[in-house]
Ligand binder design. Structure first.
Ligand code: GLY
Length: 341
């Protein structure tokens, strides 16, 4: 498919912001009222009245279930949330059968498996890698960027060189199964992401540990058959995931372009800072997509959030988004509520 046609498919028309509306809304916000009709911000933000539930870990999609088990081993021994989320998503990265994360991920339209990942700890430190090839565990490279460099994000060849210099092995990530699917796709090379299938992508995980500290991780091979060089929301701090240890944490999955345009995870944390529950915050972030991006009905976005009390929330545009939650009650898969009923 020619690049221009592909670009048209990607093109979303963002509604023009009406200047007068903007000013009116700013005045309202200053007066302590909220823009939306459905929820109002608490007068005194961040009153966490809920009973504390910790540790807790939540992760996107079916693959979150097994990833949670790994995370829980760490959390249940009073380990650090950062270690739990990194080790948890590593399980999915190494799963060759999983077509949307790490090893075995579907390639871009030119046949390259390119990976994005990010991680954030309780101190507000963040690290990410984008457009990384040949490394099974981009999340661990992201953690090293966070801990060993003065930077937040390394990309492409530079990220690969950094990984190799730090002992990671160069591997072929394109499995026979993914290669066959790509060859099949190439026969028509139609770019029509299928809701909840090709978009059934990222593993995003957020956790609160026994000490009450929050961390988050997300990792993906991105959109199947994307343009070579395309980077999604997952490595963008504040889009793919975000943590503020005083407030809460959030992660995103689905069509990254919509998340990037609305900085979804940061938005959710800010909504929680202003008094919304994790569930209300996720719903409002989806509502923001609806307000700003007219094509939203064609795509799936799912958000997960957790607050400082260990309360959790989840919401998506379409039916079909699920997540795994592990706390003292055990590990279970839960269907998220959604907008388009
Ligand atoms: N949410 C992952 C991506 O769009 O790449």
């Amino acid at each position: 498919m020619p690049a221009e046609t592909l670009y048209k498919v990607f093109k979303f028309k963002i509604m023009k912001i009406n200047r007068r509306n903007f000013i009116a809304k700013s005045i309202l916000a200053t007066a302590g009222t909220l823009i939306s009709s459905k929820y109002t911000f608490a007068k005194e933000p961040l009153k966490l009245t809920g009973k504390k539930n910790k540790p807790v870990v939540i992760a996107t999609w079916d693959h979150g279930f097994d990833a949670n088990k790994v995370a829980w081993k760490i959390l249940s021994k009073k380990g650090r949330a950062l270690d739990a989320v990194e080790k948890g998503v590593m399980l999915t990265e190494a799963d060759a059968d999983n077509l949307t994360v790490g090893l075995g991920g579907l390639p871009d339209r030119d046949g390259y498996v390119t990976l994005d990942a990010s991680i954030m700890d309780e101190k507000g430190n963040a690290g990410s890698v984008s457009f990384l090839q040949h490394i099974v565990h981009p999340i661990s490279v992201a953690r090293l960027v966070m801990e060993k460099t003065p930077h937040v994000m390394l990309s492409g060849e530079g990220a690969l060189q950094f990984a190799l210099a730090n002992g990671f092995k160069k591997e072929n990530l394109l499995t026979e199964k993914a290669k066959q699917k790509w060859k099949e796709w190439k026969k028509e090379a139609k770019y029509e992401p299928v809701i909840n299938i090709e978009n059934h992508d990222t593993i995003g995980m957020v956790a609160i540990d026994a000490h009450g500290n929050l961390s988050s991780a997300c990792t993906t091979s991105g959109l199947a058959y994307k343009m070579h060089g395309r980077v999604g929301d997952s490595p963008i701090i504040g889009a793919g995931m975000y943590v503020d240890n005083e407030v809460g944490a959030a992660v995103a999955t689905g069509m990254g372009e919509l998340v990037m345009k609305t900085l979804g995870s940061f938005l959710i944390v800010e909504f929680m800072r202003n008094g919304l529950s994790p569930q209300q915050a996720c719903e409002k972030a989806i509502e923001r997509i609806k307000q700003k991006l007219p094509d939203y009905k064609n795509f799936q976005i799912g958000y997960l959030a957790i607050n400082k009390s260990g309360e959790t929330g989840a919401y998506s545009i379409q039916k079909g988004f699920n997540y795994a939650k592990y706390d003292k009650k055990g590990n279970r898969l839960i269907d998220a509520d959604y907008l388009l009923k």
